[in-house]
Design a protein around this ligand. Sequence first.
Ligand SMILES: NC(=O)c1ccc[n+]([C@@H]2O[C@H](COP(=O)([O-])OP(=O)(O)OC[C@H]3O[C@@H](n4cnc5c(N)ncnc54)[C@H](O)[C@@H]3O)[C@@H](O)[C@H]2O)c1
Length: 203
Amino acid sequence: MIEDRTAKVGVIGLGYVGLPLAIHFGKSGFSVVGFDLDSVKIEKLLKGESYIKHVSIDPVTEMIEAGSFDVTSDFDRLKDVDCILICVPTPLTDKMEPDLTYLVETTETIARHFRAGQLIVLESTTYPGTTEEMVLPRLEKEGMTVGSDFFLAYSPEREDPGNENFSASNTPKVVGESPHPVWKWHRPCTAVLRTWCLYHRQK
Ligand SMILES: NC(=O)c1ccc[n+]([C@@H]2O[C@H](COP(=O)([O-])OP(=O)(O)OC[C@H]3O[C@@H](n4cnc5c(N)ncnc54)[C@H](O)[C@@H]3O)[C@@H](O)[C@H]2O)c1
């Protein structure tokens, strides 16, 4: 599905990172659904207004009109996508550590709505171990098993808002797959992620 671009990509959090990423996937030929709790952002996108100065609304409007991009606050629709990219905020706390409040909330939302076969990728900036220690147990407690029911990876975004030379299309990325030590899924998961990475950074 990734190779022939029939995979549907879901992006949660349409901010400085998520909106350009959603546009990038849409321009790359994927069908995209953007999710955000902020109904004002959803309404603006549907009305053809950008809320990020350096992000042009034109590709968003074109993709919405073509039916390849949709934006919503209806998280029930997470089950309709094949990949879920998490791009929610992780602001620093007083102790200069990432505040995981938004991420915990999003993970629990995904846990209520995801289905077998999906690839979930954490794109937010956070400390090592978050995927395995916070995200994974919340998803597996719903009776789903990583590697057989779903795939999980961490790939922190490296967006530099407004940089005219580097964007989501040409910035190299690191990807870490779930460290769950089960060989039977390790190889297929790696193959999925390699393919995903390849397309993630292709124009
Ligand atoms: N902005 C940057 O330059 C930059 C660069 C690299 C990495 N990052 C990282 O990327 C992540 C996202 O940052 P950003 O700058 O895009 O944040 P942002 O505040 O611009 O956008 C985040 C979006 O997520 C939405 N959101 C919050 N909670 C949600 C939830 N539970 N469900 C759905 N949507 C929700 C918000 O409404 C907002 O639209 C952070 O971890 C940040 O550290 C940001």
